[in-house]
Design a protein around this ligand. Sequence first.
Ligand code: PMT
Length: 397
Amino acid sequence: MLSDKKILVAVCGSIAAFKTAFFIRLLKKSGAEVKVIMTESASDFITPLTLATLSKNPVYADFFDKKTGKWTSHVELGLWADIMVIAPASANTLAKMATGTCDNLLLATYLSARCPVMVAPAMDLDMFSHPSTQHNLKIIQSFGNILIEPEEGELASGLEGKGRMAEPESLLLHLEDFFKKKTSFKGKKVLITSGPTQEPIDPIRFIGNHSTGKMGKAIAESFVRKGATVHFVTGPVSVFPSNTNIYKVKSAREMLNKVESLYDQCDIVIFTAAVADYRPKNSFTEKKKRDGDNLSVELVENPDIAVTIGQKKTEGKLHVGFALETHNGLDFAKMKLKNKKFDLIILNQTSDDGAGFGHDTNKVTILDKDNIVLESELKSKELIAEDILDQIQMISK
Ligand code: PMT
C-alpha cells in the first residue's frame, strides 16, 4: 500500500518515541522510503542509531555538523517527502508549530514543507487537556495539518487518561487511509460555483452579498488534493484556488452561461455560490446622479442556476448544494434539496457565530435525501471541505 511513498518521520522528546521505532519498521515493511528528523530532546528517549538502522537512512537532527560544516537542507527534506508525520508531537513542538517558531531543524522543515503534515500528540492527560494545548491543536488543524488523536489509557506518569500516542498500527492505518483518499477523486471532473454575483444598477453600483469565496476555494483545493480536475466558476472575489481552471463572471446570468457550457463534461457539481436571486430590471448605462428625488429600482428574478442545471441532470451526475439560512434552517434546506435535485445539501446558518459568509471557519449540517448525515462543530473551512468530500465519496460508492 505504501510502496514508493516517501515518509518523513519527525520525532519529538516524549517517552512515546519508543513506539516510533515500531512505526518506522511497519513503514519499511509496507514498502515506504523513510527519513527521520529528531529534536535534541528526542534523542534522550531513543537513539539516532536505532532510528537510522530501522529507517535505513541517516537521521537528521542539526542544521549543520560543527566539525565538518556539512549542512542539512530543511527545504530539500520538505520537498522530498510525500507526507511528514510528527510522531510523537510534544506539547512544546505543537505550541511552536502554532506560532511559527523555528528554532530547530524539525520546525524549519515543518515550515518549509509543501507536503501534508500529520501530527500524533503524546503527553500527559493534563497537558493534553490544557486549554493552551487544545487551542494550539485547533490552530494547527486550521492550517490543514491532520491530527491523529491520542488514545486513552495508562500514561507514563502512572495516571490514566487521554494522551497516549496512537499505536504504530493505528498510525499506519491513518497513513494508508490518507493515501487512499488522495486518489479518491482521480479522473473525476468537478464543477464548482463560488463567491457572490453582482447585479448592476449602473456602471458603478450593484446588488451583491457578502460571500468571499473562501468556502468554494477550500472545497476546490480539497478536490485537487484528491486527484480531481476542477472547473471553478467564481463571482468577483479576491481569493482563488490553486491548480484549478478558473472562470471569472459577475452576474448570475453570466454564471449560468458558464456553468451550462461546462456541465456536460463534469461528473460532480458543487453549488457553493451565493447567487443574487434578483437583479434590477433595467440598469442605467451611465452613473445615476442624485436629482433630489427618491429612486425606485424594480427587481426581477434571476434564473436559479441549480434548478436550471438540475433539469438537465442525468444518471451518474452528482449535485451538491448549499443553503445559508437565518431561520428554520433544516426545513428550508430539506425543501431546497428536493426542489433543486441535490444529492446532498450543506446547511450553514447565520445564527452560528463564526459560520457562513466571510469567516475562515464554518459550522454545517449535511443532509442527504433521507437524513442528517453530519453535524459539524465550528472549524476551519478547509476541514469542513474535507467533511463534505468524505460525504460525497460515501454517496458515490
Ligand atoms: O464565500 P464565503 O464567504 O466563504 O461564504 C460561504 C457561503 C456562506 C456563501 C456558502 O457556504 C453558502 O452557503 N452558499 C450558498 C448561499 C446561498 O445563497 O444559498 P441559497 O439558500 O440562496 O441557495 C441555495 C442553493 O441554490 C445554493 O447552492 C446556491 O448556490 C444555489 N442557487 C441559489 C440561487 C440561484 N439563483 N442560483 C443558485 O444556483
